[in-house]
Each structure stands twice: as C-alpha cells, then as structure tokens.
Design a protein. Structure first.
Length: 94
C-alpha cells in the first residue's frame, strides 16, 4: 500500500533522509533495470512550433535509447524573459 507523501513539520535537514526513503520506495515498486543501460547521445531536435492561447508550443524529439526516440512539448509564456524563473510542468509518460 502506498503511504501518503504529505510530511508536515519537516525541516530542511530532514529531507536528505526523506529523499532516500522515497527513492527506495520507488525502486522497490518499479524495480531496477535488468541490464545496465548503455549511454545514449543526447540528441534533441525541433519537430514543429506553433502559437496557441498566447503560448509558444515547441514539439521536440529526443533520443531515449539506442534506437528509440520520444516526443515532448515545451510550452513557453508570451514575452519570456530567460533571465527570470518561470513556472514549469513535468509530465512523464511511460
């Protein structure tokens, strides 16, 4: 059974141990790769770019494994100032 991850009243110094515990739970659930994965060259390229709802969408393709590619969409706000932090969303499909 998955336990709740909400940890109230924790301190910064607690998080290294919490991180190790969470990583251990994830690895127990998903398991480890049966064979070491060979390094893959980080190839990225832009597939298309379009504007929608005032946002710039950039579809990219990137190398995942030796003969396997995956796609992602980067969504950028209007008038992006790259010197300042902006919100981000990470969605993992698997």
């Amino acid at each position: 059974m998955i336990q709740p991850v909400i940890l109230r009243d924790t301190k910064k110094e607690d998080w290294q141990k919490i991180r190790e515990t969470m990583l251990s739970r994830i690895m127990e659930t998903f398991g480890k790769s049966p064979v070491p994965l060979s390094p893959v060259k980080n190839d990225f390229y832009e597939v298309e770019r379009y504007e929608n709802y005032g946002l710039t969408h950039i579809k990219i393709r990137y190398h995942v494994f030796v003969d396997e590619w995956s796609d992602a969409i980067i969504v950028l706000p209007e008038n992006l100032d790259q010197s300042k932090p902006v919100p981000a969303v990470l969605t993992i499909h698997g």
